[in-house]
Design a protein around this ligand. Structure first.
Ligand code: CP
Length: 368
């Protein structure tokens, strides 16, 4: 099968077809073997990735950089907004216009939801969303998928429990979007009332595609049914009220007692970092896959860089964002949306339900 990654940006969980995901996984596994054999890979020699991290990161930034270096390429970038001209008030649009001239591919993390949509409008080189606020984190999903493939051997007929902060957990949003395409997937959403899955995922996945899900508050009750348990950290940095975080932070702790309730072949994933939602004693359980998952992230990012750069080199033209049918006459009220800080941005909305008069911001996907 021919794949066309021409002018592609990677912004959310739906940005790949099922065949493309499979192809990226196959590529990742080939390169994993080549790296482990000690081969000096030169496939990206002369190519440069820019890692623009306006928010802290350990895994995502370092695995992008490790991925490019392992491919024979080079890296530039910054690891915090404070060490970029964002502190002087530079917009994302201007930053990206400039970096676009310095690098062949850009991986960007930003605290505002929808920031990668803005960045993608200002770069001719591929733009990868390395996490935008509490919205999406599609390359974490690549790591998650390879881990599920290795641990379960299939993507079909799985009951997947997602536990913790489902409201602000961007990895959860991207994973649900990606996994919803497979056959007979059941999601069990385990969270406190205050941290339930947000409206745009309900709309994109559960309402639009009729994917099966249940919502519960007890991890113990859910455990025996699960094939995959995806634990998440309560995202302190997204809370407006620190007391609300203090009240909710220990909602779920996976320990060895709870692991006794699970299937013998269940696997535990976590995007990391963890705080205390998984006891360190669980690390010794062979079902704990989260450190293997972090390493898988490097191989998937190697594959992604290769695909986007190989194809972009052959097809340098990048398509502009299609604004057909978008509406301008509304204002996004999501305080975490990129339109709140980059005030020159046009407010753009897509009608997603004509009968109910529902319009969603094209950057953060919240309702107008
Ligand atoms: N999973 C993940 O995004 O980790 P970092 O925040 O360390 O990049």
């Amino acid at each position: 099968m021919d794949f066309n990654f021409k002018g592609r940006d990677i912004i959310n969980g739906y940005d790949f077809t099922t065949q493309e995901l499979c192809h990226i996984m196959d590529t990742a596994m080939i390169y994993e073997k080549r790296v482990k054999s000690g081969e000096a890979i030169k496939d990206m020699e002369g190519m440069l990735v820019a890692t623009l991290f306006f928010e802290p990161s350990t895994r995502t930034r370092l695995s992008f950089e490790s991925a490019m270096l392992s491919l024979g390429g080079q890296v530039i970038g910054f690891s915090g907004a404070d060490s970029s001209s964002a502190v002087k008030g530079e917009t994302i649009a201007d930053t990206i216009e400039v970096v676009n001239g310095y690098a062949d591919i850009i991986a960007m993390r930003h605290p505002k939801e929808g920031a990668p949509v803005v960045a993608s409008m200002h770069t001719a080189v591929p733009l990868i969303n390395a996490g935008d606020g509490g919205h999406f984190h599609p390359t974490q999903t690549l790591a998650d998928l390879l881990t599920i493939h290795h641990e379960k051997g299939t993507f079909d007929n799985l009951t997947i429990g997602l536990c913790g902060d489902l409201k602000y957990g961007r990895t959860v949003h991207s994973l649900i979007e990606a996994m919803s395409r497979y056959k007979d997937i059941q999601f069990v959403l385990i969270s406190p009332e205050e941290l339930k899955i947000p409206g745009f995922i309900r709309y994109n996945v559960f309402e639009n595609q009729g994917v099966s899900y249940t919502e519960v508050s007890s991890l113990e009750e859910a455990m025996p049914k699960l094939d995959v348990l995806y634990m998440t950290r309560i995202q302190r940095e997204r809370f407006d009220d620190p007391w609300e975080y203090e009240r909710l932070k220990d909602s779920y702790v996976l320990d060895t007692e709870k692991m006794k309730l699970a299937k013998g072949k269940m696997c535990v994933l976590h995007p990391l970092p963890r705080v205390n939602e998984i006891s360190v004693k669980v690390d010794d359980d062979p079902r704990a896959a989260y450190f293997r998952q972090a390493l898988n992230g490097k191989y998937m990012r190697m594959a992604l860089i290769l695909k986007l750069l190989d194809e972009a080199a052959r097809n340098p033209a990048k398509e502009a964002i299609d604004t057909t049918g978008l509406e301008y006459d509304r204002v996004c009220r999501n305080p975490k949306c990129i339109t709140q800080t980059e005030q020159e941005l046009p407010q753009l909305f897509r009608c997603t339900d004509k009968a109910a008069d529902i319009h969603r911001c094209i950057y953060c996907e919240q309702r107008a």
